[in-house]
Ligand binder design. Structure first.
Ligand SMILES: Nc1ncnc2c1ncn2[C@@H]1O[C@H](COP(=O)(O)OP(=O)(O)OP(=O)(O)O)[C@@H](O)[C@H]1O
Length: 559
């Protein structure tokens, strides 16, 4: 299949904002995709090469890409850089450079999707000495045979800046539409495997029946089960029907561990493969998790002096570090607190009740200095639960989780089977969808950010406030650099930004307000942290904002 057909799809997706139309375009494309490409095409449509949980990445930055374009087209690097400044769009400038190509080669081969993908794989796998140079040459080869528009989309894929507005929900609907299968079965299979390529293939070749038989597999992360809020321990206990398991809510980063013999993979909350950044934890897991094959879940916490927990950002620093890891092992020691088990030696446990999963977890784990079981109390008594909660806070933890004893594991669901109780109003994780250029000395920096909650029903991001405080000068410099490639449109000082980045925001209050379409506005929002561990679809939803509003009113009434 020609790559030009895919480029044509990207172009049409870019031209419309209508979700139904986008879904149709993607569905039509999937329908005509040959079987052997079906596992990769869904990712390419998302503007990715590999699923997030795949360890491979291209490792090509803007500089190297410009070099490759220059080599392929004969247009000097400087000229391409100037052009990017003019167009404000790297993809567009690559297309222009290809148009200008001086030495048009006679034997320009039409690009196929397979060739483009295989080249991406070679680029990702190029390692060690001279690898930058090899990556550049592989890319240049593609650009040499690319038509202008193809070049544009290759460049955007390589840099991860595709702007076609296709998110996971849309892809799911398109797969269902293309192969006439039930969307809820596509969703289910996806929640269990996080693999759109695999799901698309099963949908096409085996239909509804095949989809309903999809099982969890080692090496494919399961979407995590999530929690709602409760105003108090007592409320949580009532909601759970009078008895619940209370656990410490550790303030770290959630991880899902897949063990297969000597091979251990650790996925982050976003289901990215973070195994390499935490070798000492991997070794500890091998020793502590006894079965040959298992999938377990827990919270990875950074521990400070006297075993006191440190803020979750420390764990994220560990995840980011790719070199000199030994130094980090000493600086930021980690501890894993396991709280669930989903798979043991060939058997899926997600249909098993929580209380029995916990028993299984206790059976299969041999606790050690670095790997522990989450502290738990099963009780019917409010006073006991409150004492447990109080102690958790005194020890420096975030709060407690309450879990229904008879609940099965519901991948990807934020239901009432798990509730979290924390002392303060919860911060919100919101998506940046716009910004404003600063004034005077800061005119070249973005200074205030329009933030939105996610609406899973429409797939839209609905604004709830503007965040302008809480940023240091360095933050603003970093944010401007980070957001610039994703500017979609500029109007006066305001820029619209593609939803890509999630930030944690604190605020004084949630107000009802007609100002935004959401009906809510944050009072005095303040930036807390960049949530690199969350994708835009994992940001807080508009329902959550409404739920927090209700809780806030309840808190107020209590006071
Ligand atoms: N004992 C525990 N059981 C389950 N989750 C725990 C536990 N301790 C800490 N956690 C963390 O708390 C989170 C549960 O809250 P929630 O489902 O709302 O996730 P979240 O959206 O990541 O929220 P948060 O920002 O509060 O971590 C889990 O994702 C996990 O990271």
């Amino acid at each position: 299949m020609r790559y030009s057909e895919l480029a044509d799809l990207y172009r049409r997706l870019e031209k419309t904002t209508l979700k139904t139309l986008k879904t149709k375009f993607v569905a039509d494309f999937l329908k005509k995709t040959p079987d052997d490409l079906l596992e990769i095409v869904p990712y390419l449509i998302l503007g990715k090469v590999f699923p997030d949980w795949d360890e491979r990445e291209l490792g090509v930055g803007e500089k190297l890409l410009i070099k490759a374009v220059s080599m392929a087209t004969g247009v000097p690097e400087k000229e391409i850089e100037d052009s990017i400044r003019d167009t404000g769009d790297l993809g567009e400038s690559v297309a222009l450079a290809i148009k200008k190509k001086k030495q048009k080669s006679f034997f320009s081969q039409p690009l196929t999707i397979k060739r483009v993908y295989d080249t991406f794989v070679k680029i990702a796998e190029a390692q060690g000495e001279g690898s930058q140079d090899r990556k550049m040459k592989y890319l240049a080869n593609l650009f040499m045979d690319a038509q202008p528009e193809e070049g544009k989309y290759i460049a955007r894929t390589v840099l991860g800046t595709m702007r076609t507005g296709v998110a996971e929900g849309l892809l799911r609907d398109a797969i269902a539409e293309a192969f006439k299968v039930k969307p809820e079965l596509v969703e289910r299979a996806y929640m269990l495997t996080s693999d759109f390529g695999y799901v698309a293939k099963i949908a096409k070749l085996e239909g509804n029946e095949g989809l309903s038989e999809v099982r969890i597999q080692i090496g494919k992360p399961i979407r995590p089960m999530l929690a709602q809020n409760a105003a108090s321990v007592k409320d949580a206990l009532i909601e759970m029907g009078g008895e619940a398991a209370f656990e410490i809510k550790y303030d770290g980063a959630r991880v899902q561990v897949h063990k297969d013999g000597d091979k251990v993979i650790v996925y982050s909350r976003r289901l990215e493969n973070v195994t390499r950044s935490i070798p000492e934890v991997v070794e500890a897991i091998k020793a502590a998790v006894k079965p040959k094959k298992a999938i377990v879940e827990g919270e990875l916490v950074a521990v400070g002096e006297g075993g006191k927990p440190r803020p979750f950002q420390y764990v994220l620093r560990r995840f980011r570090r790719k070199y000199n890891i030994d130094e980090m092992i000493e600086k930021i020691p980690l501890e894993l607190n396991l709280f669930d088990v989903m798979f043991v030696d060939g058997e899926s446990l997600i249909e098993t009740k929580f209380i029995d999963r916990r028993k299984k977890l206790e059976e299969i784990v041999e606790e050690s200095e670095k790997v522990k079981l989450a502290e738990q109390l099963i009780t019917k008594k409010v006073e006991e639960a409150e004492a447990f909660y109080k102690r958790a806070l005194e020890l420096g933890h975030e709060g407690v989780m309450a879990k229904r004893l008879d609940a099965v594991y519901e991948p990807g669901n934020r239901g009432k089977k798990w509730l979290k109780v924390k002392p303060t109003m919860e911060n919100l994780d919101l998506v940046i969808i716009g910004a404003e250029w600063g004034e005077g000395r800061r005119a070249h920096l973005l200074g205030s950010f329009l933030v939105a909650a996610y609406d899973p029903h429409s797939g839209e991001f609905v604004p709830v406030g503007k965040v302008g405080s809480g940023f240091t000068d360095e933050d603003l410099i970093e944010f401007t650099k980070m957001l610039k490639p994703y500017i979609v449109r500029q109007e006066g000082k305001f820029v619209e930004i593609e939803p890509k980045f999630v930030i944690e925001v604190t605020y004084q209050e949630i107000q009802k307000s007609p100002k935004y379409k959401s009906g809510f506005a944050l009072r005095f929002p303040r930036y807390v942290a960049l949530r690199e561990d969350k994708s835009p679809e994992e940001a807080d939803t508009i329902e959550r904002v409404a739920e927090l509003y209700e809780l806030q009113e309840k808190f107020k009434a209590k006071k």
